[in-house]
Write a protein that binds this ligand. Structure first.
Ligand SMILES: C[S@+](CC[C@H](N)C(=O)[O-])C[C@H]1O[C@@H](n2cnc3c(N)ncnc32)[C@H](O)[C@@H]1O
Length: 350
């Protein structure tokens, strides 16, 4: 198992763990017979050493290989690679190695899109380079991908950072033109992803994700209702010792969900992510909030215009008060080929 990255807080004699993840998603332009799943487990293990984490469990569906890591998750499909890691991991340091494997082992020739995102860390100063500030992350990403675009959404302390190659709609440049030419030749692939990044969670719920209260991961999954959030997923879950929980769920057609839980009282954090093609997110959102009871959360929704979930904008506007939460901030961006919604919610004082 990788180093736990636990930093002790001598004032309160509590342990601090940075649950906030860095999330990188790279899409390669389709090429016949190219497939990232040709990359072997040993090759991924070498890549993850650079990131400072390791594989602890594996499951797969027809279209996606899902790895539970010592610090969160990795999903590998034909042309999409997702790496989500928390703690003091260094995911951007492995991008060069992944691009080399994608070209040499998987047969890909070109990167189509990149999305790198994270919310503000609880302790940015504890991160290792380049993750100690967003400018350094952007500089490194630009060194791989050329001239990307960086966005910061929301208020300073609860902000959410995004780097992507996609220009804002209406921006005319070579990249956008190339993007259009590529998509014209392709079969459309609707895509949508929801992330709910929760903090200050109900301690009674967090207690479920400790070895003292749950005999194993399956018990924690059931007791918390995680198995009911998106029914029909094949679940691969892991309960850390003495506490902490990670799960990946996979279903047919490449759909996945992933949940990671840091239950320590002083730094409790839970992330939920899924690309399931629901038309509206009401049910999933309410199920996640009911299961974890956060005091605040950031919601992000990405979708292509042809995805079933094309209604999140009115939905977000309608969610000024959502199951006892107040929307503090909401922003919407239209990129070429994607729409993005960011919103920040606080629990109403009881
Ligand atoms: C890997 S998990 C999930 C983190 C996730 N990003 C989240 O959303 O909170 C982290 C939790 O597991 C605990 N943990 C216990 N042993 C660990 C280990 N060897 N590596 C990483 N985390 C460990 C941490 O203290 C923390 O509560």
């Amino acid at each position: 198992m990788a180093e736990t990255e636990i930093i002790s807080n001598s004032d309160k004699n509590e342990q601090f763990f940075e649950g906030v993840e860095k999330l990188i998603e790279i899409w390669f332009t389709p090429v016949q017979h190219a497939d990232l799943r040709k990359i072997t487990r040993q090759q991924w293990e070498n890549v993850l050493k650079i990131v400072r984490c390791e594989i602890i469990s594996f499951t797969q569906s027809d279209q996606v290989d899902a790895y539970v890591l010592s610090e969160s998750s990795m999903f590998v499909s034909r042309r999409r690679w997702i790496l989500k890691t928390c703690g003091r991991t260094t995911p951007l340091r492995c991008v060069r190695a992944v691009l080399a494997l994608a070209y040499e082992t998987a047969g890909h020739t070109r990167v189509q899109n990149v999305f790198y995102s994270r919310r503000e860390f609880a302790r940015p100063e504890a991160q290792l380079k380049p993750h100690d500030n967003f400018d350094s992350e952007v500089e490194l990403l630009d060194s791989f991908f050329g001239d990307g675009r960086a966005y910061i959404m929301g208020p300073e302390k609860d902000c959410w950072y995004l780097y992507t190659l996609l220009p804002l709609e209406g921006t005319v440049d070579a990249l956008e033109k190339e993007q259009r030419e590529v998509t014209d030749r392709e079969v459309p692939e609707p895509d949508q992803t929801i992330e709910i990044l929760m903090s200050e969670l109900d301690p009674t719920v967090m207690d479920i994700f400790t070895r003292a209260n749950s005999a194993d991961s399956a018990q924690a999954t059931k007791a918390s209702g995680i198995d009911q959030i998106i029914p029909g997923m094949v679940i691969d879950d892991y309960l850390f010792d003495p506490c902490g929980y990670s799960m990946n769920g996979v279903a047919k057609d490449g759909y996945y969900m992933t949940i990671h839980i840091t239950p320590e009282r002083s730094c409790s954090y839970v992330s939920f992510e899924s690309n399931v093609p629901v038309e509206r997110y009401d049910r999933v959102l309410r199920a996640v909030l009911a299961a974890f009871r956060p005091a605040k959360f950031i919601l992000t929704i990405f979708h292509t215009p042809d995805a079933p979930g094309t209604e999140p904008l009115p939905e977000l506007k309608a969610y000024h008060s959502l199951s006892g939460f107040e929307q503090k901030e909401a922003q919407h961006c239209r990129f070429s080929g994607y729409e993005l919604h960011y919103a920040l919610y606080n629990k109403f004082p009881s």
